[in-house]
Ligand binder design. Sequence first.
Ligand SMILES: [Zn+2]
Length: 171
Amino acid sequence: MDKLTKEQRHRCMSAIRSKNTKPELMVRKFLFSRGFRYRLNHPRLPGHPDLVLRKYRTVIFVNGCFWHGHEGCRFYVLPKSNVNFWQAKVERNRARDAEERHKLTAMGWHCITIWECQLKPKVRQQTLESLAHTLYHIFLQNHARPYPTEEQQLQKVAEEEQHYGAKSSDS
Ligand SMILES: [Zn+2]
């Protein structure tokens, strides 16, 4: 007989197949179908993000709600036995996640976390659509001119004068 309880064994197995898990595949399939291209588990980036979209300067983590301690989530329920052990473990994961995100942000990467519960059938489509939306938004943001050209500045001044004029004639 092995010494693990059924629950412990289940959690061990979950940890082993934590890469290429189904939720991550859903995200990959969706992104690919929308023409987004990515790399997997970039070895040189902090935290080895699940997906790396270089063009968008964005990394995506697909996190299990239990292991990464999804705050307020009904799937983040600590087992009844060894509560302290599991709690400490999840807290460590959380702290590490935060540190890795911090490093990535400092390196100029946008970090997106998708929780496993956000990929449940009822909410999946909404989650994925909003992911696509966020990526488009990031792309535009990244490619916006840091400073307006002289021509744009003049245009802006002209527009502001127009608004000002319109406002004063109303009153
Ligand atoms: Zn969750």
